[in-house]
Design a binder for this molecule. Structure first.
Ligand SMILES: [Zn+2]
Ligand SMILES: [Zn+2]
Ligand SMILES: [Zn+2]
Length: 556
């Protein structure tokens, strides 16, 4: 079968071949070390009172949440990790000591003036003239309408600053690594998914594919446990879907961009050469582990990625944040011809390169993350220590791969912990609806005669895919403008992907008329929950809501 495997897919296959008894897809996601900390994916979605339809799931990106509430698998540390004394005893990495003043500068809230200018420039360059960001230092940030909006109007399409598809989701959805558009063809997407599914069922395991490891058991899992597949298609059928030897009826209505692979590693796939180039310039040139990368660095990169896939893929997003800053720094240095300048001026360039990420609200990941429900309060110290150790290991692996002395403060544990914390505090789920879902809906909506004919080809596929036909692309991302929007339980806007929004942008739509000057708010949670439950959920975001609805419903 002519299918180039990505690392995730290869690991997936290796897992299957070596551990036939395990619950495969799940085992891959959650082969937990001592614990698997928060996976930012599904838990950040507001809990809908009823299971949303597949279309809603795929189409609606949700409010800027963080994952304090996500459930984590925490097995008490049978390995005998010291329960006390260890927390203060752990030595921070040397860079934290050596660059303490620079690290403090990187993590300080940006001066209001400079932040205000940053947002004005960003809004101007992206032509988002419908909004204005008001920045008043620390937590005081908000977005206001700069013109009148009517119900249903598009307020903002915010481009991802740094983001990534969840590792396990790569089995289900093949998307552009830069813009997150689905690529290949509907046939390829179906074949790719069935290929991995057939491996799982061939060794008699059911798959739990959408619950990303630590989110198992959470009410916000996108579709929970799937049944063991009833039908598996012959290998030739799956192969012809992947290779494009067969085309399904009406699939030309759902044409997808052709796949452009990274010329270095063939691991990352794109919708176009321009996305491949942009990814290379912004993040990937430092993370590409192809044959052209020197072997020690390549093997270090593989180890880093492997660790992240086995523990928490938020480390992959954090690595992209670091390479984004390093590459911006190098570019600024070239532009400024700064080759022979002093260390101080190099650091001021690093500060400038870091600026877009400095705007995100940050807290140290292992300090603020809420204690999972299944962790006893007496285990809190060791829980936090273990998360910190996990980040430390990940950072060490990343440092082995891409360390650059001029950007040394970026490799401190303090900065790494805050970058991860930033994604947890500000992230909006990256969700892109699947064209495969649209395709099957289209077939279902055909007039009877056409439908009967088409279903001869599509029904066996739909049967084999079962509920999985509608799995959207999902991941974690930081959206620079959306993350400035405040919460309200009676919001005037919401994140919602329309049919035409087929990439990773965050799309914010007006829920009713909004006048110029009015604050634009979105809901971080399910705003239909009763007052107490809303406040409990919002406590994880670190605030008590005093919106008009809360004031009205507050018990005296
Ligand atoms: Zn793309
Ligand atoms: Zn590459
Ligand atoms: Zn409220």
């Amino acid at each position: 079968m002519r299918l180039t495997l990505s690392t995730v897919e290869s690991v997936f296959l290796a897992e299957h071949q070596t551990c036939p008894q395990r619950n495969l897809l799940y085992a891959f996601a959650a082969q937990t070390p001592i614990l698997a900390p928060t996976k930012p994916t599904s838990s950040t979605k507001p809990t809908k009172p009823q299971e949303p339809t597949a279309r809603e799931r795929g189409a609606a990106a949700t409010g800027g949440g963080r994952t304090g509430r996500s459930r984590r698998n925490h097995q008490p540390d049978a390995g005998g990790m010291a329960r006390s004394g260890r927390r203060s005893g752990a030595s921070p990495c040397d860079l934290d000591r050596e660059f303490a003043p620079q690290i403090a500068q990187l993590l300080a809230a940006p001066p209001p003036q400079s932040a205000q200018e940053y947002y004005e420039e960003l809004i101007q360059s992206k032509k988002h003239d419908g909004i204005r960001v008001n920045y008043k230092g620390n937590h005081g940030k908000g977005v206001c309408a700069n013109k009148d909006f009517a119900e249903g109007d598009l307020i903002l399409k915010d481009q991802i600053l740094v983001g990534a598809q969840h590792s396990l989701n790569k089995i289900d959805c093949v998307v552009c690594s830069y813009c997150f558009r689905f690529i290949g063809s509907v046939e390829f997407q179906i074949g790719h998914r069935l290929y991995f599914q057939s491996i799982a069922s061939s060794i008699g395991c059911s798959s739990e594919r959408h619950c990303h490891g630590s989110d198992v058991g959470s009410s916000t899992c996108s579709s929970g446990v799937t049944k063991e597949k009833s039908s598996t298609l012959p290998e030739e059928v799956i192969e012809s879907l992947i290779t494009g030897d067969v085309s399904l009826p009406f699939s030309d209505h759902f044409a997808l961009p052709e796949i452009v692979a990274c010329q270095g590693c063939e691991e990352e796939r794109y919708c176009s050469q321009s996305c491949a180039d942009s990814d290379w310039e912004s993040y990937h040139s430092l993370l590409c582990a192809g044959p052209n990368t020197e072997p020690p660095r390549r093997s270090a990169l593989h180890k880093f990625v492997e660790h992240a896939n086995e523990t928490n893929d938020i480390f992959l997003v954090a690595a992209k944040a670091i390479t984004f800053t390093m590459l911006r720094y190098k570019k600024l240095k070239r532009q400024n011809d700064f080759q022979n300048k002093s260390a101080e001026s190099n650091f001021s360039l690093l500060m400038e390169a870091w600026k877009p990420l400095s705007m995100g609200f940050k807290k140290r990941w292992w300090d603020y993350v809420a204690l999972p429900e299944d962790v006893d309060a007496s285990d809190e110290d060791s829980f936090r220590q273990e998360i910190r150790d996990l980040a430390f290991t990940s950072l060490k692996l990343l440092k082995d791969a891409i360390f650059d002395a001029e950007c040394a403060p970026l490799f401190s544990l303090e900065v790494y912990g805050h970058i991860i914390g930033m994604f947890e505090l500000n992230n909006l789920d990256l969700v892109v609806a699947s064209p495969v879902e649209d395709y099957f809906i289209h077939i279902d909506d055909l007039p009877d005669d056409k439908k009967e004919e088409a279903e001869k080809a599509t029904a066996p596929l739909l049967d084999a895919l079962d509920d999985d036909y509608a799995v959207p692309c999902d991941g974690t991302a930081f959206f620079p403008l959306q993350s400035c929007m405040n919460h309200s339980c009676c919001p005037n806007a919401k994140a919602f992907k329309r049919d035409e929004d087929n990439d990773g942008h965050a799309v914010i739509i007006a829920l009713g008329p909004i006048s110029k000057g009015e604050e634009i708010t979105i809901s971080y949670i399910d705003e239909d929950l009763p007052y107490e439950e809303r406040q409990a959920e919002l406590a994880d975001y670190g605030f008590t809501c005093t919106c008009s609805k809360c004031q009205e419903e507050k018990p005296n």
